[in-house]
Ligand binder design. Structure first.
Ligand SMILES: NC(=O)c1ccc[n+]([C@@H]2O[C@H](COP(=O)([O-])OP(=O)(O)OC[C@H]3O[C@@H](n4cnc5c(N)ncnc54)[C@H](O)[C@@H]3O)[C@@H](O)[C@H]2O)c1
Ligand SMILES: [Zn+2]
Length: 364
């Protein structure tokens, strides 16, 4: 196993993300360095439990930990308070206590709910993230945001609880379906637009090829590492979204979230933010001086990764505007919109109006 370490630190937290190939086999040994207790819960969904559950539990057992695999159904519906209670009951029944810890083995759904369980079980126990989707590896496992959904909306209940360790084993991605690979690339392209011109160019220069992940090469490992580092740097600067730095990660998300809501969450998140990023580029041309050439470059790159850049024709644009207004209820009414003046840079703008949003949505 070879792996690279990215340190993630900020006000009151410090942990490592280990990026490597095959590192899951050493999860127990790696955990030994950051946790004390022996009993632990490995929380996984049906798919990640089937693919990696035994392997990860064996690795922990071989280091004299007592792992308990807890499986929950796959999908966003599992991110609920009811599921949190079921998991906690199972942890108590398995004898876990204050000295125990929690491992999240799966995609972003598992990362979010297992992190929330870790934040509240016995008032808080350590959390280890073992992300198994591209999105979880480059985005959701980093930064300490944990939580579950309510009927009224996504991620309305939660806690900031930073993991003690992130083990990103790219070999786990070999089984990921193309549809899920695309979801991760949407966030990678977002990172490139807001922070990394060079990565944008490297991605753009790749020949268009079907978006799937075969055996991993060094270039791919480097790409994952680079994206973890981008998110890590932003989170380190502003873990609790105070200075506004972390809000830059919401590039494309205002309109993206509205599309998710307007389509009753039937269109996946990455696809929605892909279209949302096109809208954000349109607004950036008007309010931040983005060139039309760079806007077109963003559209081509998204297309190259088989991400949509137009709305489904039948979707009522008014529903999207309604959803944007609904979202504002949770953000004190002000539109704080992330714009990009040029690829590789982003900033928050207060100059964006609801009319700008309406025009941008009408053009999608
Ligand atoms: N906390 C944060 O900062 C943050 C950031 C972004 C997104 N999120 C959350 O992340 C969630 C989305 O994450 P996601 O896209 O990983 O979804 P997910 O966890 O539902 O995983 C997607 C699908 O892939 C399957 N899967 C997982 N690993 C696999 C593998 N190696 N091979 C084959 N299939 C595999 C899962 O079973 C699932 O069906 C959302 O709930 C979102 O709110 C959180
Ligand atoms: Zn996102």
């Amino acid at each position: 196993m070879n792996s690279d370490t990215i340190e993630i630190s900020g006000n009151g937290f410090r942990y490592s993300a280990l990026v490597g190939h095959g590192s899951m086999a050493n999860a127990g040994e790696l955990a030994r360095k950051v946790v004390r207790g022996n009993r632990c819960a490995v929380i996984a969904d049906e798919t990640s439990a089937r693919l990696f559950g035994d392997h990860v539990c064996e690795s922990f057992s071989s280091e004299n930990f007592s792992p308990r695999l807890i499986r929950i159904p796959s999908g966003e519906k599992s991110k609920s308070l009811a599921q949190v209670e079921t998991i906690c009951d199972e942890m108590v029944a398995a004898g876990l206590d204050r000295s125990s810890f929690v491992i999240g083995l799966g995609g972003g759904v598992i990362g979010d709910i297992s992190g929330f369980v870790a934040a509240i079980f016995q008032r808080g126990v350590p959390h280890i993230q073992i992300p198994t989707t591209l999105l979880a590896m480059v985005d959701s496992s980093i930064g300490g945001k944990t939580g579950v959904n309510l009927n009224a909306g996504k991620n309305l209940i939660g806690a900031i609880h930073h993991p003690a360790l992130i083990i990103a084993d790219v070999a786990a991605l070999e089984s990921l379906p193309p549809q899920e690979v695309r979801q991760g690339y949407a966030e990678i392209i977002k990172h490139a637009i807001i922070r990394d011109t060079e990565m944008f160019q490297t991605l753009s220069s790749r020949a268009k090829q079907p978006v799937r992940l075969g055996p991993m090469d060094d270039g791919f490992v480097a790409l994952v590492r680079r994206n973890i580092a981008i998110k890590a740097r932003i989170v380190a600067a502003d873990a609790r979204e105070i200075s506004g730095e972390r809000a830059l990660l919401n590039f494309g998300h205002t309109v993206g979230h509205a599309i998710e809501r307007a389509t009753d969450f039937k269109v996946p998140h990455g696809d929605c933010i892909s279209i949302g990023m096109v809208a954000a580029c349109g607004i950036s041309m008007k309010r931040a001086g983005l060139s039309s050439q760079e806007r077109d470059d963003v559209v081509s790159l998204l297309n190259q990764f088989e991400l949509p850049t137009r709305l489904p024709p039948k979707l009522d644009r008014d529903r999207i505007m309604e959803a944007i207004r609904y979202d504002k209820k949770f953000t004190s009414g002000e539109v704080r919109f992330v714009v990009t003046p040029r690829i590789g840079e982003a900033r928050l703008s207060r100059a964006v109006t609801m009319n700008d949003l309406q025009d941008a949505v009408a053009q999608l």
